[in-house]
Design a protein around this ligand. Structure first.
Ligand code: SAM
Length: 275
């Protein structure tokens, strides 16, 4: 079943044949190394049973790896229409396992694909990566059946996703992700692995939604508001930012800064102040 995929010409050859070049406005940094893309695809849990939604297939390097890893269904959402001649060759080789939808992933409601559960895998466009992640975290908090996210980010963003209280990288994204899921960095990817090469190192992050955490969360919109407010002035003491709050109620003195509060504490504060 994967023979036809393996027999396709290399991604770089297909790009040349179709006169496709990387476009900065779409955040395009492509992966051509099959060992690397296969390593990412193999990290997607239960790939052979759970459908995968890939954001930004581009010329299809990672898409091919997902299919080679045994994905039984891949839906790829791509904004750049010029990838069509290449992606249609992969569709032909995939024997019904690949569907490509052209459009903006930020405006695409994944629930319309009708899956009972699904995984997300992407070498994310760096310009909208964090925005997409925050959107998915909101969806997970509100019951969307996303089982796993296997995502490439710039290393700095990856560090923020997994950061713990007290570190410089700890912020709004760390809190929101941690309140609905368990996240870890799987491995680094050097800048030279991409074409064109970005300025910085990247990393693959795995995020697994956690039902116990989701149940305990309350309203994510409230947590979002509180984190935005307190991290908006992260160097300031919380009593200086929200002087009307009785911080003793939360076993806090008010002299703490946002970076000292655990995700659970943000959750407690949000539940009480914005029920
Ligand atoms: N998956 C390919 C790879 O690994 O070689 C391409 C990854 S490239 C970093 C990001 C891809 O996302 C590009 O193909 C780009 O056109 C696409 N893209 C950018 N913004 C998008 C959006 N808002 N919705 C869907 N695709 C988008």
């Amino acid at each position: 079943m994967t023979d036809k995929i393996s027999s396709l010409p290399p991604v770089s050859t297909m790009m040349r044949e179709c006169d496709m070049i990387a476009k900065k406005k779409f955040g395009q940094n492509f992966l051509f190394d099959l060992n690397l893309t296969c390593r990412i695809a193999r990290a997607v849990p239960n790939i052979d049973t759970i459908p995968v939604i890939e954001v930004g297939p581009g010329p299809g390097g990672l898409t091919r790896a997902l299919l080679l890893a045994g994905a039984h269904k891949v839906i790829a959402v791509e904004m750049d229409k010029t990838t069509e001649p290449i992606l249609s060759q992969i569709i032909d080789a995939a024997d019904g396992r690949l569907t490509v939808v052209f459009g903006d992933a930020l405006k695409t409601d994944f629930s319309k694909f009708g899956f009972d559960e699904y995984a997300i895998c992407s070498n994310l466009p760096y310009n909208v990566g964090t925005e997409l992640l925050i959107q998915w975290i909101h969806k997970i908090a509100n019951g969307e059946p996303i089982k796993s996210l296997t995502l490439m980010f710039q290393r700095e963003v990856a560090d923020r996703i997994v950061a713990r209280p007290g570190s410089n990288a700890y912020g709004r994204v760390s809190v929101l992700v941690n309140l609905v899921a368990d996240a870890k960095i799987l491995f680094n990817v050097p800048r030279t692995a991409f074409t064109p090469a970005p300025k910085v190192t990247s990393a693959v992050v795995q995020i697994i939604p956690n039902t116990e955490k989701i149940k305990a969360l309350g309203k994510i919109e409230s947590v979002e508001k509180i984190t935005a407010k307190l991290f908006g002035m992260r160097r300031k003491m919380i009593r200086g930012i929200m002087p009307d709050v009785d911080w003793n109620v939360f076993d806090l003195s008010g002299t703490e800064r946002a970076e000292n509060l655990t995700p659970e504490k943000f959750c407690e504060i949000a539940k009480k102040l914005l029920p």
